[in-house]
Design a protein around this ligand. Structure first.
Ligand SMILES: [Fe+2]
Ligand SMILES: [Fe+2]
Length: 190
């Protein structure tokens, strides 16, 4: 338990214990990769940030409604020994809990959650996945309401403000973050 926040195997085991859906596991991996990218860029604690991201929706399959996710997952994390800051960061991704996203980790998690999902969705409909995906194409799809309709566009734009990047930069970074794990995300690699 001493170094649980840095134990990626433990985080993956907990995720997969409660998440059987391949799509949800891939979402977790995509957000992990994007959050890790920013942690690495800024010299933050990449493994700990990555584990927060990996687990942010760990209870979604068992708590698929807003009256339960992610708040009912919190005591489960506490029981496993995750510290308060780790759990708070996870809770902060949920708009309905109205927690202020105060730390850089919390801001980054929120900014990466919807956009990583969206970039992933863009790659799934392309013959070479995200290998040649350009920000301009992602931006075009963001304007098409019917494409990946589950991704809240407002959250994408709110996230940019939190991390102080423009849309192009953030999309470029997220694409770069996801490219190395394209096969794990079920994306073709051309
Ligand atoms: Fe969530
Ligand atoms: Fe998520």
């Amino acid at each position: 338990m001493s170094d649980l926040v840095h134990d990626r195997d433990a985080a993956w085991a907990l995720l997969t214990e409660y998440t059987k859906s391949e799509a949800l596991r891939r979402h977790a991996l995509a957000v992990e990769a994007a959050v890790r990218y920013y942690a690495r860029r800024d010299g933050e604690d990449e493994t700990a940030w990555g584990n927060v991201a990996l687990l942010h929706d760990f209870d979604y399959e068992v708590h698929p409604t807003l009256d339960k996710h992610p708040q009912d997952g919190a005591p489960m994390l506490r029981e496993r020994g995750y510290p308060d800051w780790f759990i708070r960061a996870i809770l902060s991704h949920a708009n309905h809990l109205e927690l202020e996203r105060a730390s850089q980790l919390e801001k980054t998690l929120f900014a990466c959650d919807e956009l990583a999902g969206f970039v992933h969705a863009c790659g799934l409909v392309r013959p070479d996945g995200i290998a040649t995906l350009e920000p301009s194409s992602v931006k075009k799809k963001l304007k098409q309401k019917s494409f990946a309709a589950g991704v809240n566009r407002e959250d994408v734009y709110d996230g940019l403000e939190l991390i102080g990047l423009d849309l192009d930069e953030h999309i470029t970074n997220v694409i770069a973050a996801l490219r190395p794990i394209a096969p794990e995300l079920g994306l073709r690699t051309g």
